[in-house]
Design a protein around this ligand. Sequence first.
Ligand code: C2O
Ligand code: CU
Ligand code: CU
Length: 469
Amino acid sequence: MLDRRQTLRFGALGGVALFLPRVAHGASARAVDAPPFSLPLIVPPVKRPTRRTATTDYYEMTMREANAQILPGVQTPVMTYDGCFPGPTIRARPGRRVVVRQTNALGMEAVVHLHGAHVPTSSDGHPKDPIPPGAARDYVYPNRQPAATLWYHDHTHHMEAEMVFRGLAGCYLLDEPRRTGLPAGRYDLPLMLRDARFDGQGGLVFEMDDFRYRNTLLVNGRWAPYHRVAARKYRLRLINGSNARYFTLSLSDGRPMWLIASDGGLLPAPVRATSVSLSPGERVDAVVDFGDLAPGARLTLRDTDAFTGQASDLMRFDVVTRVHDPSRIPSRLGTAPGLGPASVHRDVVMGLNFSTGMFEINGKSYDMDRIDQRIKLGETEEWRIVNKDVKPSVPHNLHLHGTHFQVIDRNGVPVSGHEAGWKDTVPVPIGGEVRIRVRYERYTGLYLYHCHLLDHSSMGMMAQSEVFA
Ligand code: C2O
Ligand code: CU
Ligand code: CU
């Protein structure tokens, strides 16, 4: 593990991060003291297929190092897909196949996982299938699942935390096949949220599990950007792309957000909310209406820190024009998850092992040569997921590859809002438990399940199921 980490730090990025002393106490060390809202929001470019057939769109992407302007006037070395931070957006449609050829120009192994996708194991980005430096791999995404906000990111063995932190993440939007009336086109805006830590020169500083020092919040790879909007409805696809930070999001003037989709796609009906919480890896789509605002109005998307209660602005929306708004929020959207009673029950216990410092599931840290459980295809199971880390209190969540699930309750209380929709990632509170029902369909083979606090999964809080027919 150490060797691999050194490869990254010395080989790929010149060792800057390793030699700089730790920032004394967490103050958001920024390389510049520019005011917030001085850079525009980046909307990651939508990638064009290199080839299209009757059934399939073909894409080609290259993983490589690049510089990004995350902070005003500063170039930060990052790891990217195609030179973009975050990576380019892929827009796909259910029922139409996508093939992405990923070429690895990073100088170290990499693996690409499409989070939230139902795919054969060969294309799931399992850590046992790394792309060697200089090589390429075709990932085949059947898109046989409901429309949803997915994202792709690195999953290299023990390295996913650092590689995602350094930039290897992007949006993959599976669009609704029919016109829904929801805001579309430029009014359908992916917002990938995360935190970061910088050294005095604007370089990213990665240290395992140092979430306390990652105090600079980024939206689509920029600190505190502004975005010019029209006075109308927008669909915001909110993605928590942080390694470890939980977000509680609201708009600064308290206006409602209509939650329309969860990890797995459209909710049965829109849910009105004034704030929404997302743990790492989770997504929610929210429609926000700026229609009552006059040009000149400004408001911010803000986060309230779950642990300190402190509010900070992630980005600012500047209303600049009035337009006709033909969009609407349909009162009926998708289908509610309704998995019947389970025939198999399992316990998934997540915790930190104090003697080894490893993060474990059911008392074991991840071993890619071990199968942790076997699941019969098509069978409904109920999992009781327990976070036993009360002291010191460590939050966890659980993410499953290859399927979506239904959350029954948390500490005995039925879940609501976007959590009542199909999910692939669910927060498990400190000392608490969550029950889910899950059924694997269509594909057999190895599928991971892990804490999506990627520092934890990189340190062993990961396991795998073998799905069999
Ligand atoms: Cu988003 Cu296995 O991860
Ligand atoms: Cu995943
Ligand atoms: Cu965890």
